[in-house]
Design a protein around this ligand. Structure first.
Ligand code: UDP
Length: 332
């Protein structure tokens, strides 16, 4: 049994990680400021004798030091995330994603802790390669486009973590998440699947940005948290970066079709220019497909759940939510 700290533990991925760590018999402290995280994500775990929830910000260094003191393993999941939120508030993105990570890494070295650092496929920017491997170049757009603030801020985190590993031997594993999806993900910050599922269950139309030919790969959060835990528990993974996700590409138009087929074939698709969705200074990534060979090699497995099953799971969850009276729309 380990004592784990999950920063951002009330978030979408953080809450699934917390749940899994508790299932495995670990003690878990969640630190979350409930900005994009939601207390309801942990409702089903409330009262668990091995779970402590601290509401507060990772930008508070005293609180961070206090919660880290009691932990052996730190899962650093807290970040400003979501393309929409990042485009709307680049200052918050940079402040949340860079300085607290530096404080956390320093404290981890001093206290001999193991660390998992959550990073993102956004660090590749708009690299034109078909499949991205961990050693590929980072292709950011200009600083006048707020989108790139997110990937840049996470790239700095990675530089810091790797430097702490090299200089001080910090056991830190870094995971770059590729479009992680599943129950509890909300669409307010731009994420496409909860938005499409919500639109479909409300009778449509599904709003596809641009021409829908942009490509993504979607991985189920349950498989992703297994990889996260596996990496932190594998010493050979420390000091390295791993793509974490599915490597099965689908176009966004194809995704919309899959959801429509499952919910109601009569539902229409509406196409919306990027400009109307995100504003004038937005740039999309047209294709994002990971090479997950490294993850497969080190853990002996990689996310493999088929998109159809993932969509069934999310649609069923959302139906249950709607039936239980949660009427809030994902696409406000
Ligand atoms: N997208 C869309 N409709 C939406 C939200 C997103 O067509 O309501 C598109 C978006 O332009 C992008 C893809 O779906 O090309 C994935 O978007 P998301 O924000 O989920 O993730 P990311 O862009 O970070 O991969």
């Amino acid at each position: 049994m380990a004592r784990c700290l999950v920063t951002g533990g009330a978030g979408f991925i953080g809450s699934h990680l917390t749940e899994r760590l508790l299932e495995l018999g670990h003690d878990v402290v969640v630190l979350d400021n409930m900005s994009t995280g939601r207390p309801t994500n942990l409702d089903h775990l409330s009262g668990h004798s091995h779970l402590t929830i601290r509401v507060g910000s990772i930008t508070d260094p005293i609180l961070l030091a206090e919660v880290m003191a009691g932990a052996d393993i730190i899962y650093h999941m807290a970040a400003a995330v979501g393309v929409k939120l990042v485009a709307d508030d680049p200052v918050r993105t940079i402040e949340t994603n860079i300085y607290p990570t530096e404080v956390l890494l320093r404290l981890a070295v001093q206290g001999n802790k193991r660390v998992f650092l959550a990073s993102t496929s956004e660090v590749y920017g708009k690299n034109p390669k078909e499949r991205w491997t961990e050693e590929d170049d980072l292709h950011f757009g200009p600083t006048s486009r707020p989108r790139w603030a997110y990937g840049c801020s996470k790239a700095i985190d990675e530089f810091l973590a790797l430097a702490y590993h090299r200089k001080f031997g910090l056991p830190v594993a870094i995971g770059r998440f590729f479009n992680v999806v599943g129950p509890r993900q909300v669409g307010h910050y731009g994420m496409v699947i909860p938005r499409f599922v919500d639109q479909a269950l409300r009778g449509g139309p599904l709003v596809v940005y641009d021409d829908g030919a942009q490509v993504r790969c979607f991985a189920h959060v349950r498989e992703v948290v297994e990889a996260v835990i596996g990496l932190v528990e594998t010493p050979a993974a420390h000091g390295s970066v791993f793509n974490i996700g599915s490597d099965e590409p689908i176009s966004i138009r194809g995704l919309a079709d899959e959801i429509i087929r499952r919910v109601d074939p009569q539902i229409a698709i509406q196409y919306l220019p990027y400009r109307d969705a995100y504003g004038d200074d937005f740039e999309d990534v047209r294709r994002r497909v990971p090479d997950v060979t490294q993850l497969g090699k080190i853990l002996g497995r990689q996310p493999s759940m088929k998109l159809g099953l993932i969509l069934d799971d999310i649609i069923q969850w959302k139906r249950t939510q709607l039936a239980a009276g949660s009427s809030h729309s994902e696409t406000r």
